[in-house]
Design a binder for this molecule. Sequence first.
Ligand code: GLA
Length: 733
Amino acid sequence: MIHIKDNIFHLNTQNTSYIFAVTEHGDLQHLYYGDKISEQTDYNAFFEKRSMLLVSALYPENDIAYGIDAMQFEYSAFGGGDRRENACTINCGEALCTFTFVGYTLLSQPPARPDFAQAHSGDGCLCVLLRDEHTETELRLYYQHFEKCDVITRYAEIKANKNAVGVDSLMSMQLDLPMGKYKCITFDGAWARERFKHEQKLTAGKFVCDSQSGASGAWHNPFVMLAEKNADNFSGESYGFNLIYSGNHREVFEVSPYGGIRVLSGISPKGFRFNLLKNDTFFTPEAVLTYSKNGYNGVSHNMHDFVKRNILPKQWAFKQKPVLLNSWESVYFDITEEKLCELADRAAEIGAEMLVIDDGWFGKRNDDTSSLGDWQENREKFPGGIKSVTDYVHKKGLKLGIWVEPEMISRKSNLFELHPDWALGSENGRKILGRSQYILDLSRSEIQDFLIKTVCSVIKESGADYVKWDFNRMFSDFTSVETPIYEVQHSYICGLYRILSEITSKNPNVLFELCASGGARFDLGMLCFMPIGWVSDNTDVLSRALIQEGTSYGYPISVMCNHISAVPNHQTKRITTLEARSGVASFGVLGLQYDLTKLPKEELNYLKYCIAEYKRMRLFITDGCFYRLTDGFEENFTAWQLVSADKNTSYVILFQKLFFPVSQLPKLKLFGLSSDVAYTVDITGLKVSGEVLMKHGLLPLQNYQGNEQSINGHSLTDFSAVFYQLKALEEEK
Ligand code: GLA
């Protein structure tokens, strides 16, 4: 619901309100974002009382009490007196543009932004128009509200009217909140440890996360949170912010010297400048904002709901995904038609539903030094072509997936011989290699067309049901033979979105998985086209628990692809139990990457059992509710819970980091069950009411025998997991 009265704008969702107003000087003043407030409220209470020179020394003529760099604004421009980090810097040559309110419109649909990945439209869209007096440059701020998910989205548009202007920065959103004790929560890391959670107390100055890697990146995910000092997973006012974008991004938390906090999110201004000629427009990507008074889990639930309902391709969002066997850690580059068919046999025996042919099937690709760009099957490895493997697996009732990395070009490839200028990077300057490859210049439409054609023909010729789309090096050079240097990065992402939009709409029944050296481009922009993503190359239980848990703050578990892999683990050399490996992988889209032809019978049997169990659990993954019951391995344990939409079934996993003799497993307070229903807990055999499970908790009932710790025959060691299944008694009858 959008309520507008006397130039006060009040956006309501089911449980939240967002309020701002036009001031007497034509600025947009932010008034409130938080727990829902009725539209009959007395808005006077929200305005700062200004009767004397405030702390700030900058003010408009004749209004000494209007402290420009202390007030809460909706969107402030550099050069307008607000000395905090600004939402935009628009340069018209001799001056910097500043904007004042002109009017607003309510739109039934947000304007089409063909270059972008965008959320489906919300329950209403408000467009506020501001103008720079001198140049007549227009700034439009768009707000959409998504009632059920408690989400507001925002983006901005700039239009050059009289003069040409340079857009040096244009963020998607700015949020100014009043003085308080805040912390920010970010999800950071590197290859093989993506999205570890970090909390920082915000006291003075700025805390900035950004990506210069040409992708959202593994260093900092664009999903970030702001919360009151004492908030945790279960309580406290918390905000979540994300960006529907896959390129360079920047998130800023600034504590003003006067105590207020500013949050900004948008495209990173570093190396960015768009020159707009008269009548040109530029849109920012869409920012996603949510608030919950119920702590981090509350924020996550809103984000999960929003992603499932409004980001993921509609035909896939609530569909169950196949259990797959991927060839990568099974055989790496030693793939042959024969070996893949053997793997498919084993996969079918244990109940897997798809075989994925990873890297190494094309060109002369026997290691990672060549052939990206030459997307023709290697006939020495595949005498009958990929199609003959597809036919083989289809006959067995399995599906076939194929790996591609279309945005890249190997230094050693026929494509590079033919088109050296297609790679980004200067002819004369330093051209930097990453994994022996360059990045194709996707800002050029000729190259976009080539990729659309090439990937569609790989899909057609192989008969693939699934595509794993990889991106394995980060940007270094921003030089294109066609596109101005400061426009390359953003134009690349717009080009990528055009390619993805065409390929996915031409192949609506093909399931796409996003991937980037593991999880280095795990973001809402990619998820608009690809409903699932490879979370990390690290499949070790301990690392994975932290990576999946970190990812779960902003993204639903139904989009996270997790694989059971061999021990010692290929990334950490850690040895963990199969129970723990399958337990952690089951909280998402389950797969395996594992040479099944070398496994003993008992292990195959156990995998068969795990897959059968997972298929039962899978029914609840897309529309169930996920809770973090602890925070990281704070007390040696971390635990998660999944509750089915009808509340009749719940799965709980408890990870133990290290084993200590005669130690206690923690009691876990559960969430989201029906209070008045009794549940059976499989592993302990107890029957307990929902009320007791939620108020008192789930007791682990472990046995101790000297230095052995076990639950019902399941022994617990270092890096082990206990898996509980709860069923409503009514259901069981
Ligand atoms: C990346 C991916 C892996 C695998 C390899 C293949 O690292 O994250 O899963 O596909 O590329 O080269």
